[in-house]
Design a protein around this ligand. Structure first.
Ligand SMILES: Nc1ncnc2c1ncn2[C@@H]1O[C@H](COP(=O)(O)OP(=O)(O)O)[C@@H](O)[C@H]1O
Ligand SMILES: [Mg+2]
Length: 252
C-alpha cells in the first residue's frame, strides 16, 4: 500500500474543472514532483491535499486512512504537513522562538511555563536540532523577519519538520530564491528523503529532475502522465506542453 494516495479528485470553480479526476500516489521515502504549466491546477490540488479546500468528489488517503473530511490541523496530526512559503513565520520573533513555538505545539502540551524545567530544556534542544537540520544553527538569535528570503524559506521548512510529518508538501519552495539558496534547498530536500516522503510542486525544472524519483505532469486539471524523470523528459506530449515555455533539457 502506498503511503499516500489521491483517488479521483474533482474540484470545480463554476464551469471550470480545476481538478479533473486526479489520481496519484506517493510511496514511502519517495520524492514525487508535480509539474505542469501555469493554470494546470497544481495549487488547487495541493490545497485539497492539505485540507484548505474540500474536493467535490474523490478521496485523499494517508497511510490507509481516509483524511478527506479532516480539517488541516487533523491532517497534520495524521502526518501530512505543508510548507506555507513563510506565511507561518512570526517575523518579530527570533528564529529560536519560532522554532520553540513549533516544537511546543507538537509536543502535546501548550504551556511551556507549566512544564518542569527538564522538559523545557528538551524543547530547546529540539529547536536547535531543527535549526541545524536546515542550516540555521548560527541564526538562532536573529529576528526571523530580518533573515534573507532563502533563510526564511529554510525556517518555514524547519517549522514544518517540527510536526515530524510522514509526507511533506512543498509548494514552490525555490520560488524567488537565488541560485545559491536554491542549491541549499535542493540539498535539504534530498536529505529529508530518509525520514519522510515529499510531494514537491516546483517550477525549477533543474531541481525537479535532480530530486524527483517520480514526476506527475498536470495539464488542464488532469494527470497527463506520471513516470521517472527519464520517462518524463522523453515523453513527446510533455515536451509539447513545455515547448517554448520551459525546457526539460536540464541534465545534459
Ligand atoms: N478560487 C478560485 N476560483 C475560481 N477559479 C480558480 C480559483 N483557484 C484557481 N482557479 C482557477 O483554476 C485553475 C487552476 O489554477 P491553479 O490551481 O492556481 O493552477 P497552478 O497552480 O497550476 O498554476 C486556473 O484556471 C485558475 O484560474
Ligand atoms: Mg500554483
Amino acid at each position: 500500500m502506498s503511503l499516500f494516495q489521491v483517488e479521483g479528485l474533482v474540484k470545480r470553480f463554476g464551469g471550470l474543472v480545476a481538478t479533473d479526476h486526479v489520481s496519484l500516489s506517493v510511496e514511502r521515502g519517495e520524492i514525487h514532483a508535480l509539474i505542469g504549466p501555469n493554470g494546470a491546477g497544481k495549487t488547487t490540488l495541493v490545497n485539497q491535499i492539505s485540507g484548505l479546500l474540500q474536493p467535490d468528489a474523490g478521496r485523499v488517503l494517508l497511510d490507509g486512512v481516509d483524511i478527506t473530511p479532516l480539517p488541516m490541523h487533523r491532517r497534520v496530526a495524521h502526518g501530512l504537513t505543508r510548507c506555507f512559503q513563510v506565511t507561518r513565520i512570526f517575523p518579530a520573533q527570533t528564529v529560536r522562538d519560532n522554532l520553540l513555538l513549533a516544537v511546543q505545539a507538537h509536543s502535546g502540551s501548550s504551556f511551556r511555563f507549566l512544564q518542569p524545567r527538564s522538559q523545557a530544556s528538551d524543547l530547546y534542544v529540539k529547536a536547535e536540532q531543527l535549526a541545524e537540520r536546515v542550516g540555521l544553527q548560527h541564526s538562532l538569535a536573529e529576528t526571523a523577519g530580518a533573515l534573507p528570503h532563502g533563510a526564511q524559506r529554510m525556517l518555514d521548512v524547519a517549522l514544518a519538520l517540527a510536526a515530524a510529518p510522514k509526507l511533506l508538501l512543498l509548494d514552490e519552495p525555490m520560488a524567488g530564491m537565488g541560485p545559491g539558496e536554491s542549491q541549499q534547498m535542493v540539498h535539504l530536500i534530498e536529505a529529508l528523503r530518509k525520514d519522510m516522503a515529499v510531494l514537491l510542486i516546483e517550477h525549477d525544472m533543474e531541481a525537479v529532475f535532480r530530486l524527483a524519483d517520480r514526476i506527475s505532469v498536470l495539464v488542464y486539471g488532469r494527470v497527463l502522465t506520471a513516470g521517472t524523470p527519464d520517462e518524463i523528459r522523453n515523453h513527446p506530449e510533455v515536451q509539447a506542453v513545455y515547448l517554448g515555455t520551459e525546457t526539460l533539457e536540464t541534465t545534459a
